[in-house]
Design a protein around this ligand. Sequence first.
Ligand code: AMP
Ligand code: MG
Length: 422
Amino acid sequence: MTDCGCDELDCDTKQTLMPIDEALDLLLDKATLIKKTKTCPLNQAQGRILAHDLSSTIMVPPSDNSAMDGYAVSTADLSADTQTQLPISQRIPAGKMGTALKPGTAARIFTGAPIPPGADAVVMQEVCTVIEGENGRSDVQINGSVVQGQNIRKAAEDINTGDTILHAGTKLKPQDIGLAASVGIAKVKVYKRLRVGIFFTGDELREPGETLGPGQIYNSNRYTLRGMLEKLGCDIVDLGIVEDTLQATKAAITEAASKTDLVMSSGGVSVGEEDYVRIALEQLGQLDLWRINVKPGKPLAFGQITTSKGQIPFLGMPGNPVSVFATFSIFARPFILRKQGASETRANSFMVPADFTWHKPGKRHEYVRTRIENGKLKLFPHQGSGVLTSTSWANGLALIPANNTVNSGDLLNFIPFSELLN
Ligand code: AMP
Ligand code: MG
């Protein structure tokens, strides 16, 4: 039997399939950085990839300050085991500087206010009693034990002057933006958005909103792929549906490559008579990678398109909707992240016990659609690569290694979708 390159059947192939890790290494190796950067205001930087290290020119906090509403005291003025009564000599709200603490007195102080010189502890107000005296004089009686440094946040305990707070390659999360703001940075240099050209091969495809004729199906891949690219912050040039001819496929690849940094397609990557993507790529440039030891997603046509502006990478994904989802998650995502300049490209995974059995060992490593319920993995009952319901139902992909069976309780490597779709 010859290999059909298909994704659904376990062909009795004579050709070797590339191991997943080798394919990933090859992809990452070919993922040259786009390099173009832009400066953007902090409030537009979320999800963008930082193009330079950020360092601080200030200390955070800028000075020793109170972690509590209470009373700033000098511990030298307090008796060890009896209550101490001290006159209140000043009031320091946040945003105001106090004056040096008069010996034998306490300063009323609020959270975030600078500790006055001479004070070495703050007593929280909950363990203090205020005693009103005559002529507006008030004393505070301290009831708890107090140690030096208590409730004082030290200057620079978070960030010191000159510290690098974020490294180039960081995909900026809300907390990173907050961190940059905490040192007063208003603008950051980020990599420009990757422009991705996409098209969808298949004479059977129609768009949602149109009426299906006999033998036709809706172009669901367009919507899955667009959504995943948007999650990665890509700009999309969408050429829509392309008919199953070599000429149309080549024209789509050429047009997309002239406008973008990366071209992606779905369908037409096997070796059927209606599959033109791989041939088109070979004629327009070179094919670097085609067959991977993975299910779904065995045929993944990766290569380079030769254009007047240089080599533009091409990723031809399989046509089956689940294959698109899985191939994007496992292969396209790290490739795109690396091209965008991200230092972190791999999704975190962890081991979770299976709550199912799998008795038919597969010839390829298989990413199955699973869902964590009560700490265990449930398996979607229909794992066909056309069953998109499985991806909607699942909350992650679990890896079943080739030639393996799974018994209930066996630990499987699980990648949550929250890791893949961010
Ligand atoms: P192909 O690789 O072109 O042979 O396609 C494999 C399977 O995926 C076939 O059943 C196609 O009808 C289906 N398919 C291809 N492209 C799409 C698409 N854009 N949306 C939904 N299904 C598709
Ligand atoms: Mg097709």
